[in-house]
Structure formats: structure tokens, C-alpha cells
Ligand binder design. Sequence first.
Ligand code: SF4
Ligand code: SF4
Length: 100
Amino acid sequence: MEISEGSDIILMNTDDKLALDLFHIDKEPHIKVDHEKCRACPHKLCTYVCPAQNYTLNGDNDIAFSWEGCLECGTCRIVCDRGALTWEYPRGGYGICYKF
Ligand code: SF4
Ligand code: SF4
């Protein structure tokens, strides 16, 4: 974060802004993953595109997924062409609360 002296201008990068967001984490994931389909997936695009890096490769040609830091952008829903994701917004009162 960069603060300009003598002015009210505060320059924030994306990470600075995201760090100010609040997460109300539900016990139940709002995105469910079919791991059998993921193991057969040749590209694993979700591991490249999720801005929160919620998808990671594990050692079994499968992916590990954590929903807690989900930004609800929907990118994984769009790139997954294998039908492996059941994607819903979090229940009311849960999920991300954006400041910016
Ligand atoms: S793109 Fe879809 S099928 Fe492929 S690994 Fe990711 S979630 Fe699984
Ligand atoms: S909705 Fe966005 S932030 Fe959430 S898991 Fe999918 S790609 Fe990642």
C-alpha cells in the first residue's frame, strides 16, 4: 500500500483491497466437486484461474479444493467443462463481504 504525503490519495493494490474483505464461512461448502471427474480431467483449468487459489493439484491426479476463501467470482464454474462442479452462492449471511 502506498500513501501519498500531503494528500488524501491512498493507492492500494488488489491484495491490499482483498485483505480488507470479511468472510463469513459456512460449514457446508457452496461449491461441491466431483473428484472422479477431476481425476479424468486433462487440463485442470480450475487450478490456473481461481483468483483465490482455492484449487490445488494433489499427488493423485486429483485436486484439493477449499471454499473458505472463495471470492464468488464464478470463474471456476465457467472454465470447468467436465460437469464436475455443483456451484451455488453461499447461503444467506455467509460468504464474502466486500469492502471495495
Ligand atoms: S476443471 Fe473441472 S473437472 Fe477439471 S480439475 Fe477443475 S473442477 Fe475438476
Ligand atoms: S468462484 Fe472464483 S474464487 Fe470461488 S472457487 Fe471459483 S474461481 Fe475461485
